[in-house]
Write a new protein. Structure first.
Length: 558
């Protein structure tokens, strides 16, 4: 308060001081108000950044709940993970939304405990429920967060473990597969190397020698089948497996398979039967003949492998479909050990043989049924299994009955008789860098040629062809040092278009035949080379009257 007895000068001075203090207080107030607005703006911006961050973050599900479990926040990753949109989820109770029945009471108690103590529950792996009722494994973290002006909320952060678990399962199966591969390759190698060593003995009888040779041959075939399975899986996964659709008679194929396996089945004391439901004239369909052979062969082989007593039956029936189209349902039925119900889907997956129980474990890489399933689906069909442990199994697969052909005349191709005298005038060049392979090919063709030349590289092959323009046949290895067989063939074709060139390769991975033909070769034969197959292939080009036939059973990759 201003005193009245003070002079005018003193009053003016005090008024000036009060005015200054007022200005200072006003400035301070305005500054405080401005800072408060800035702080509030920062808070709003921070909250916006927070929500934007958790809204857009990928693969991490973030949810916010009131302490009674009511959903307040639901990001896009949560929509993707659980199947509920934010509009569907917000306002719903956590317990009713994604918590399975067996966990509901535990979750309620845990939320109450966090609300009282403010302490988070330890992060853990949980199995939660999606909108469609399926389960998903997540790694879940929880925390109580105080939101200014809103109070405490429960925040949950869930990470989907599906891909991680799939990767772990894949790694586990591949590790088991590699261990199984080691066993599957070493076992036949043991037979090959072991009995080859025993053949060195001078005290062996003729019968013992023949028995040991047969064991070596069987072991080699077993190892080759394993490698072929791996190659086929590689082709399927890479999308390089192609179909060759031709008209095929399924009765003829089934009859051949029956005749081929009958001695082996009867040797085990089993009954073997075939049931074809169509007359031969109506049993034509358009399909990939070789793949159908492979499917049936593999299923019959499996039946033989897993059946110790009883019977094996295979065949097909003609069925109508809901779309009025007809389909063939093939089946292979056995009285073997059977398959547990929980393994019905697993047996068609890659590498699964190495994951079987001991009672299910038999020799094999665990790829055969996976390849079979892939082939069936490529041909437009489906495959399934019915089985009971200790009673037996029946494998079914379907193929479209896509033919309008009737009244066909059946003429079976027979393997040609190889007349070695036809080839006495052939001049042959063997192009091979591997000493053992070169020796084997030499012994295979030395009776069908008047002269045999040899080269170890592509460059040597070109020189030999220039110096010997009368060469009739070149057996060309495709993988060699200095210059490979593809380039050597291309250069030879620049000055010699008449010579027959047959590619021989151990690669066997991707489109070998197409690559060799494109390079200028006339034909192709894979290693290991079979003498009869090679002679048949040569006869194809040097005896035009012969019938060319390659047995699908011998070429089966299972």
């Amino acid at each position: 308060m201003i005193e009245m007895d003070k002079s005018n000068e003193e009053l003016i001075k005090e008024l000036q001081e009060l005015r200054h203090e007022n200005r200072v207080l006003k400035a301070l107030y305005e500054k405080d108000l401005q800072e408060r607005h800035l702080i509030e703006a920062d808070l709003r911006q921070s909250e916006a950044r927070f929500r934007h961050l958790f809204q857009d973050i990928e693969n991490i599900s973030v949810q916010g709940y009131c302490l009674d479990g009511t959903t307040q926040y639901w990001n896009r990753a949560s929509e993707k993970l659980y199947g509920y949109s934010a509009r569907e989820a917000i306002g719903q109770n956590l317990v009713d939304l994604i918590i399975p029945l067996e966990m509901k009471e535990l979750v309620k108690e845990s939320i109450q405990e966090m609300a009282l103590t403010g302490q988070p529950i330890p992060a853990s792996e949980l199995s939660l429920v999606r909108k469609d009722g399926s389960r998903v494994s997540v790694f879940s973290s929880h925390a109580i967060v105080n939101i200014p002006g809103q109070g405490p909320e429960l925040f949950c952060i869930d990470m989907d473990l599906t891909k991680l678990k799939q990767a772990e399962e894949s790694d586990r199966l591949k590790s088991a597969f590699l261990a199984n591969m080691s066993h599957e390759i070493r076992t036949p190698m043991n037979g090959i190397l072991g009995f080859a060593d025993l053949l060195k003995s001078q005290q062996l009888t003729g019968d013992q020698q023949q028995e040991y040779i047969q064991i070596i041959e069987q072991s080699g075939v077993r190892m080759l089948n394993i490698l072929n399975d791996i190659i086929d899986i590689s082709r399927i996964e890479a999308g390089h497996m192609k179909l060759e659709i031709i008209e095929s008679n399924i009765n003829e194929q089934c009859d051949y398979i029956y005749t081929f396996f009958k001695p082996e089945v009867e040797e085990k004391g089993l009954k073997f039967s075939l049931k074809n439901s169509l007359p031969t004239q109506e049993a034509f369909i358009n399909t990939d003949r070789e793949k159908l052979f492979a499917i049936l062969t593999n299923l019959v082989k499996n039946a033989i492998k897993y059946t110790q007593a009883g019977s094996i039956e295979f065949g097909y029936i003609l069925k109508d479909t809901p779309t009025q189209l007809k389909e063939l349902q093939f089946y292979v039925k056995d009285t073997g050990i059977g398959i547990p119900k929980d393994r019905f889907e697993a047996i068609f997956k890659r590498f699964i043989q190495s994951d079987m129980d001991n009672k299910m474990a038999h020799q094999g890489a665990g790829l055969g049924l996976s390849i079979t399933k892939a082939y069936v689906e490529m041909l437009g069909g489906q495959i399934e299994v019915e089985s009971k442990e200790g009673i037996g199994s029946t494998f079914y697969f379907t193929l479209p009955y896509n033919t309008n052909q009737t009244n066909k005349t059946i003429q079976k191709d027979l393997p040609p008789e190889i007349n070695e005298n036809l080839f006495k005038k052939l001049k042959i060049l063997i192009v091979e860098d591997d000493k053992i392979s070169k020796m084997l090919i030499d012994l295979t063709v030395n009776k069908i040629g008047r002269e045999i030349l040899k080269a170890g590289t592509g460059l040597e092959a070109i020189e030999a062809c220039r110096n010997n323009p009368d060469i009739d046949l070149i057996l060309m290895d495709m993988q060699m040092p200095e210059m490979n067989g593809y380039e050597a063939t291309r250069q030879i074709r620049q000055f010699n278009s008449e010579v027959i060139i047959i590619a021989q390769t151990a690669n066997g991975l991707n489109n070998d035949r197409e690559k060799t033909i494109a390079a200028g070769c006339n034909d192709y034969i894979p290693k290991p080379i079979n003498k009869t197959e090679l002679h048949t292939l040569i006869q194809k080009y040097f005896n035009n009257s012969c019938n060319y036939y390659e047995s699908a059973i011998q070429h089966s990759n299972f």
